[in-house]
Design a protein around this ligand. Structure first.
Ligand code: GLU
Length: 458
């Protein structure tokens, strides 16, 4: 039987949950879930000066929102805890003693503990980036001396513990991967150059190497390096802007991974089924916010009605739309044909629920100069008020057609004025069902209001 898969996500809590880190977490989570393995969350909080509680909370809640549940880690515990590096000093001391006993490290003149770098070049086989060989001794053969203003021979041996007793990232990272029995280290390519050092430490500690898979960078759309402030960089923004976590997972997965066919829309369950480390691309990915919006729209359209209401509720409450209004389910069905985010839902359906609408001046400018505009609006008003066939999509359409014929215009010429008069906007969901939901009386009142407004301004 093969060793059960154990992956880990090891964030340093020094900022929000960045999309690049979320992608690292997702690939680890998917790999563990796909193989029925264990996904570990380990918080690398040894840098006391830069860690914040707010950052830790944002990372944990971001992962929870994305649906990446961890089997071991903060809040849930596990066999190999504690899962905060700041609480693992005794464990690090134990591994350090092992290195000392094997003669693989020493204290230098400044009191720091150094790991003796191997004389031989170290080779690692990265699953994505291929084989990497580095001579760790040569790599750091010199260092710049500021006082002497020249390169001087450097001590090539890696500091693993500072003179003040605190441990260095490389050491604790490797110790934890050994101690937590991690089988696959899947992380950003920025760590690739460190990996030979890590491999040397694994060897010195008598531990087998895990599989390394370094994921290429994720860049901005223009190819520049993504920074914290760029659009789409923080998971919190997606939550606030009304993205669905399933769509964000789908989007993040496609940033650097592709399935073997052209399919693009996946639920988390489908991702788990399909994900394979061999599908990770070797080239850098580029962020594409439009694609993320499109995917979110596709996921919105796939939600069942109850789920849709549940997800939209906080956004509806924000805009004071009554959740018990009979028209709400139909309004949600209608708006989701066009909406790309939950945030777009309330403004899209507001004309159905609000007593007064505001007319968008840019929308109005599109029609106010038309010479027959009053005739069009008055014609629609008269026709709608006299309709004998009830107030439904068919009857409304028939009245619009009849008005167009009377005025010798094409039906299309009536649609925009009708939409602007009744919703205040130039765009939105399908007009006929929208008018049904707004209701006959309100439609008539709004047509009259716009006629009065245009008459008084001409
Ligand atoms: N704490 C490291 C980081 O946030 C993780 C390194 C790793 O995954 O091995 O970059």
């Amino acid at each position: 039987m093969s060793t059960p898969v154990r992956t880990r996500f090891a964030p340093s809590p020094t900022g929000h949950l960045h999309i690049g880190s979320a992608r690292t977490a997702l690939f680890n989570w998917l790999h563990a879930r796909h193989h029925g393995g264990t996904f570990v969350l380990r918080v690398e909080d040894t840098d006391a000066a830069r860690n914040t509680e707010a950052s830790r909370d944002a990372i944990l809640s971001g992962l929870e929102w994305l649906g990446m549940n961890w089997d071991e880690g903060p809040n849930v515990g596990g066999e190999y805890g504690p899962y905060f590096q700041s609480e693992r000093n005794e464990i690090y001391d134990r591994y350090l003693a092992q290195l000392e006993a094997a003669g693989r490290c020493y204290k230098d003149e400044s009191g720091a503990t150094r790991f003796r770098m191997p004389d031989e070049p170290v080779t690692i086989n990265d699953l994505i980036c291929g084989s990497q060989t580095i001579n760790l001794k040569e790599q750091s053969a010199t260092r710049w001396d500021a006082k002497l203003k020249k390169d001087v021979p450097a001590n090539p041996d890696l500091v693993i513990r500072r003179a003040d007793g605190s441990y260095i990232f490389h050491f604790v990272n490797v110790v934890d991967d050994i101690d937590m029995k991690i089988t696959h280290v899947i992380r950003g390519e920025d760590h690739l150059s460190n990996t030979p050092k890590h491999a040397a430490l694994f060897e010195a500690l008598g531990a087998p190497l895990p599989v390394f898979a370094h994921i290429p960078l994720n860049l901005n759309a223009d190819g520049s390096k993504m920074s914290k402030r760029d659009q789409g960089a923080s998971i919190t923004d997606y939550i606030e802007q009304g993205f669905l976590s399933s769509a964000v997972c789908n989007y993040i997965a496609l940033l650097g991974w592709s399935p073997k066919d052209d399919e693009e829309i996946f639920s988390p369950e489908e991702l788990v089924k399909r994900f394979d480390l061999s599908g990770i691309n070797r080239s850098n990915s580029r962020f594409d916010f439009k694609k993320c919006l499109w995917l979110n729209g596709e996921h919105l359209r796939r939600l069942d009605a109850d789920e849709l209401l549940k997800k939209a509720t906080p956004f509806l409450q924000d805009k004071n739309i009554a959740l018990d209004d009979d028209r709400l389910p139909a309004a949600l069905q209608l708006i989701r044909q066009r909406a790309e985010t939950l945030e777009q839902i309330p403004p899209g359906i507001a004309p159905i629920f609000e007593d007064q609408i505001e007319i968008d001046p840019d929308a109005l400018a599109k029609i106010s100069g038309r010479e027959n505009i009053i005739d069009v609006l008055q014609g629609l008003h008269d026709s709608f008020s006299a309709t004998a066939a009830g107030w439904n999509e068919d009857s409304i359409k028939a009245e619009i057609v009849a008005t167009a014929e009377k005025l010798e215009l094409k039906m299309g010429a009536l649609m925009l004025p009708c939409r602007i008069a009744t919703t205040g906007k130039a765009g939105g969901p399908d007009l006929m069902p929208l008018l049904v939901l707004i209701g006959q009386q309100r439609v008539l009142d709004r047509l009259t209001t716009l006629i009065t407004k245009l008459n008084s301004s001409s």
